[in-house]
Design a protein. Structure first.
Length: 101
């Protein structure tokens, strides 16, 4: 979301092949575990900086972009497509034990 915000987007469409992820983002599913609670708090806070955010579950076979980005993230050896901004984060972006509001 940081990259999209830095690019000046007002609206965000989150496409995921995970029903769990899309429902956690929308608040339909409860989050469990300290890590997930903290990450979702960051996501929901970031969502307030956009005029609109929509989350859609896309079947994996129809979500080629997500597949490519996931393969890149796990070091799957795929070349980065032109025009796709990637930011490497060397450590967790949340601090467990820190207060999350």
């Amino acid at each position: 979301m940081k990259v999209v915000e830095e690019l000046g987007a007002d609206f965000l469409l989150v496409m995921s092949d995970s029903q769990l992820v899309t429902n956690q983002i929308s608040g339909s599913y409860q989050d469990k575990g300290d890590n997930m609670v903290a990450y979702l708090a960051r996501v929901w806070e970031a969502m307030t900086r956009f005029k609109g955010v929509k989350s859609e579950q896309i079947p994996q076979e129809n979500n080629h972009r997500t597949y490519i980005l996931a393969k890149i993230a796990v070091g799957g050896g795929l070349a980065l497509p032109k025009g796709v901004p990637i930011q490497l984060i060397p450590r967790s972006s949340i601090a467990i034990g820190a207060e999350v509001s």
